[in-house]
Design a protein. Sequence first.
Length: 293
Amino acid sequence: MTNAKPRVALVVGILCISVFPVLIKLELASGLISAFYRMAIAFLLLLPYMLFTKKFKLPKKETLILAVICGILFSTDVALWNIAIQESSATQATLLTNLSPLWVGIFSYVFLKIKPATNFWIGTLVAFFGMAMLVGFHFFITLNFDRAFVLALLSGIVYAMYMLVSKKALSDMDVLSFMLISLFTSTVYLALVGYWNQESFYGFTNKGWLVLFIQGAVCQLAAWLSISYATQHMRPTRISLSLLAQAILTAILAWLFLDEKITLNRIVGGIVLLLGIRITFYTKTLGAKKQDH
């Protein structure tokens, strides 16, 4: 049962982040400012708990630097993805960002000398095929190789870097302390970038503030506390590929709230996508069962 908790946490995290593309598509704030408030609200919600319970533990210098780098990488990823969604389509931005499992596998091999298992590559190919079915093969014909395309592609690369660095940082510190440091870094970093770009930090409607709060409380704090816990106990390649499942839940939410159609092609694509993810979790039952790390 020890391996069940990280997997349950991963599922909870995926559920929480699945509403994010739908909220961003409402365009109640700019992509950059939306990313800022996502981090700032999550930080402000977590900070009182950490202060009153005195659970914050300052890590050693090397680990602290990694946590700070994670804050910069993750906030950059979110900002790039937000802008890409608003400048093109949620479909294109989500697809290109979700190439991150491929980058995680490549970076793991090149920089960490970790060779992903064969079932990871097989599962990745199956999952990508399912993703293609989910968004529609005709979509690839209409791809626009513009600024939004580049930003979404960069988002996936930056996210892959975040997954690998966070895995290293979380091996030497607890999840809550890691989250507090990375969220603080993200908030300060995005505030500076927003100020530099002369973005407006106020003047939103009540609906806009509500959406920003949901992004911070649910899509960031709840989601990434869960995913960070899973990252401590599971391979980053599996985490990144499993996050593709958010595309299925996002499609369902878009159908419910944005009146987007769910076709038979999308249903089959979703099933194939889940099958690909399941393949990466396959382990031989002969001998001792391997750990997820």
